[in-house]
Design a protein around this ligand. Sequence first.
Ligand SMILES: O=C(O)CCC(=O)C(=O)O
Length: 298
Amino acid sequence: MGSHTSRLQRIPTLRVGRISPSSHGWLRSACHKFGDLPAPGYTRVVLSEAQRRDFDQRGFFVLREVFTADEVAAVRAAFERLFDTAQGLSKTGDHAGAFFVIDPRAQGPVVVQRVVWAGGMEAALLRLSEDPRLLDPALELLGTPACEQLLCQAHFKMPNDGVAFDWHQDIQHRDKGGDTWRDVNGRGSFVQTILLVDDMNHENGPLAFAPAEAARFDARGRLVAGSVDPARCVEVVGRAGDVLFFGPWAVHGSAPNHSAVPRRVLINGYAAPGANGRFYPGAGACRRLARDPSAVSR
Ligand SMILES: O=C(O)CCC(=O)C(=O)O
């Protein structure tokens, strides 16, 4: 990834107070307690035209202040337990229902590249991934009443641990050829959400997105390696509790964390039913989630 963030255009952190239907075009659920099930009759999240357009054309959008400080604190505590667990592991593999991808170093803490299906070990993360504030927009974007949850993944970027993600599209992780992926909705069939567990800023390895005109693509719409122009990319900064939504064609990446504070994110990925033909590790991975029929649309 190198220094690709240095000349990026940045999306500023917007403090908009509580998200309101008028400022964000979507309606908040009446039930926001982390871990609670949605109350019967809760109000469904409805995306605005602008957000749907951003998703389809720009590849992503951000919802600000989706989860409260208390809710994020519970997620952070789960991440700390995952990180502590990783310190006792010697190699990448399954552990306690999750799949740890680690890089043990001769000195210093074990570097945690990611914990795949982190919810297999931390039930609180699985519950969060069922929250209508994530699930309803994802289902709306998929255009389906139910989905297959492929990812509940913890990403750690601790200060100067070197973890970075080169420019890519998530389709390359979903579609491994053969019968591994079918675009059943004709719009990519996958929605990825990224919850900021820490504030994300210019120094600690924020996500960045490449607009279509900043990269080259092959005939199948796949990113041509090395073709991204970092100067035309958009860096997303934000506060813990914000959530990014993006599709499988969005070109994105992130640089290492050169700051003194962690940059951790929880990734939940939802596929249209029938799209996925791959095995994903972790106890209970690839579960089915459905829209709550008691929700009220307005
Ligand atoms: O954690 C990051 O910065 C990268 C996340 C990412 O690339 C992905 O979710 O596909």
